[in-house]
Every structure is written in C-alpha cells, then in structure tokens.
Design a protein around this ligand. Structure first.
Ligand code: NAD
Length: 316
C-alpha cells in the first residue's frame, strides 16, 4: 500500500509514519515544517520506501502532482494550536482550504481512501459525559473546532459525491514523545524557567481525557484496517479523565521538585474556546476490537517521563 501522509513530520504524523513503514507500506510525507520537525523523520531519509516533500498544501499544483499513484491519504496536517484562534482566526480558513485541496487532488487522481485527524473540539460546550459519536447538534466554541467540523463535512460530502471511503478519528488530547505543545510541554517549560512557581491557566479543575501517542497510532491503524463503512467515524481516547492540577502535581513529582507554588489564572477554563471537561465514550471502537493500553492518568504519567527526557529537566 502506498500512503500519502500530510503533516507527517509533526508529532502524531511522524509516529504514524514510523508505524506505516514498520508494516511494510510505502510512505510519502508532505509537510511544510510549519510546526513539524525534520528531525522527527530524519531516521527514514535513507529508506527506499520513504520520501519527503517539504511544501505547503496550499500549493495545489504541486500537491496534485505529488499525490499521484497513492492508495490512501492520511490527512494529519493542520495548525494544532486551539488557543491561537483567539488571535489569528484565519488559521481555520487555511486548515479548511488545505483539506479541500487534499480532497480535490484525490478526486483528480482517483484516490479513494482518506483518514482524517479530527478532534473532541467539534462537540462544543459542555458535552455529556461520557460523550458518544452520535451526540448533536455539533456547535463548536473554538475556531479550531469549527475548522475540524467543516473538514469533516467536506470529507463526508466528497465521500458521497465521488465514491470515496473515509475514516474520521476524533482524538482526545494526544500526548507523549515528540510532543511539541499542550499542557505537559507548557508545565515542563515553565518549571525549567522557574522551579518555585507554576502558572496554571484557569482554576486547575479542568478535567479532560488524555491518550498516549502509541495508543493513538494503534487505534488509527486498527480502525482503518477493520472498519469498512463508507464513512467510519470514531472517538479515539482512553478511559476516564485527568484534572489539570493533578497533571501539575505529576510533572512536579517527575521533575524531582519540591514546594512549588501553583498560581491559578482563574476562571473555569484555560482560554476562550477551551472546553473545561470532557470524557469520551469509546464503546464504538471497543466493539470493533480495539482498546487503549493506558488510561488517562497512566498516559499522563508516561508522557511526562518521555517529555522530561526529551526536553531536559530543570537547570537549577
Ligand atoms: P503537529 O503540529 O505536530 O503536526 C501538524 C503537522 O502539519 C506539522 O508537521 C506541520 O508542519 C504540518 N502542516 C501544517 N500546515 C501545513 C500545510 N499547510 N502544509 C503542509 N504541512 C502542514 O500537531 P499534532 O499534535 O501532531 O496534530 C496532528 C493532527 O492531529 C492535527 O490535524 C491536529 O489538529 C490533530 N489533533 C491533535 C490533537 C493532539 O492532542 N495533539 C488532538 C486532536 C486533533
């Protein structure tokens, strides 16, 4: 199978590339390195089954040429920063446009399968706990979530109109090695600068589901290989949820720090568009035969260890 991976030099994309190559597939990565890093795919550069194109998906002519002869597109590229929508709502426009380009290039080149990285943010404000895939109406409260929902709509409509097959995974918070953003990276970096005090956005009671990166990749590949509907939609997360203050405590413990003062910025959420509490119902993918290896707290602990090793501990 020849796989085209947009965003394959990013956190999730590069782990997916590792797994696809491990399974013996051919992989082309198309990534502009806007938030991805070449070092995440460096170890594959001499592999004859691997090629890398550094370019922006807005360049339709190039995309249309390079996507030829592939069997499936894993469309992982997007600006992953939910918070940035407050200052730069135009990132949503770009993420919708690049998804349109990917689908249109697939249509022109008769490529019939797309796997998409969506998000829990499509569900909007205070969804029920646990949250099943058929919850609605879907009214996102962040521009990031709105862009993801728009992309899901485009994928669904192209699937029906041009006889494509799609797999849409709504991820929880994915964490682990090569993570470049999110609450754990934020806490480690802040504590490296000041090991006495940690600023925590909101009141620390935000409670969300975290999924370890290996479980995420495993779930994507399992869902793709084992579900055969025209549109296959799954929540991809783990069991239960972890409070932000608990994450801060675990980071402090793992960094070997003591007497760190937590300073809360206040309010029930970290930023406008943040959903303070969510927990997925993952029965649908479990019924298919997949379950995560790590629950939310275990995923957080494992990711903290990975990231401390990568980012380095405090320089006291
Ligand atoms: P990431 O920033 O590490 O990966 C995104 C990749 O896309 C980067 O390598 C970036 O350079 C590339 N990219 C962005 N715009 C591009 C463009 N116009 N042309 C070419 N390449 C482009 O982020 P991630 O955390 O690995 O997220 C991967 C996907 O999963 C994203 O779609 C994100 O929205 C989604 N997602 C992530 C999480 C999470 O917790 N990390 C949760 C839900 C959904």
């Amino acid at each position: 199978m020849r796989c085209f991976v947009t965003g394959g030099a990013g956190f999730i994309g590069s782990h997916l590339v590792d797994e696809l190559l491990e399974k013996g597939y051919k992989v082309t990565v198309f990534d502009d390195l806007s938030s991805g890093r070449k070092e995440f795919i460096q170890h594959h550069l001499n592999n004859k089954n691997f090629s890398f194109i550094e370019a922006d998906l807005l360049d339709f002519n190039l995309l249309n040429r390079e996507i030829k002869e592939h069997d499936v597109v894993f469309h992982i590229a997007a600006n992953p920063d939910v918070r940035i929508g407050m200052q730069k709502p135009e990132v949503a426009k770009k993420d919708i446009l690049i998804t349109y380009n990917v689908l249109d290039a697939m249509r022109e080149n008769n490529i019939k399968k797309i796997v998409f990285s969506s998000s829990s943010t499509v569900y909007g404000e205070t969804p029920p706990i646990p949250l099943p895939e058929n919850y609605g109406p879907l009214l996102p409260i962040s521009v990031y979530g709105a862009a993801k929902l728009a992309c899901e709509g485009l994928i669904s409509s192209f699937s029906h109109t041009f006889d494509m097959q799609s797999w849409i995974f709504r991820f929880a918070n994915v964490i682990g090695k090569r993570g470049t953003h999110g609450v754990i990276v934020d806490f480690i970096n802040k504590l490296k600068k000041n090991s006495k005090e940690l600023e925590i956005l909101g009141n620390g009671k935000q409670k969300k589901n975290y999924l370890y990166i290996k479980d995420c990749i495993d779930g994507i590949v399992f869902g793709f290989e084992n579900s055969k509907e025209q549109i296959n939609l799954f929540n991809l997360g783990s069991h239960d949820a972890t409070e932000v203050t608990r994450i801060a405590e675990m980071v402090v413990e793992e960094m070997g720090l003591k007497k760190v003062r937590f300073k809360y910025t206040g309010g029930d959420r970290g930023w406008k568009g943040d959903i303070p509490r969510f927990q997925f119902d993952i029965t649908k993918i479990e019924k298919l035969g997949w379950k995560p290896k790590y629950d939310s707290d275990e995923a957080v602990r494992k990711a903290i260890k990975d990231l401390i090793e990568e980012l380095g501990s405090v320089s006291l």
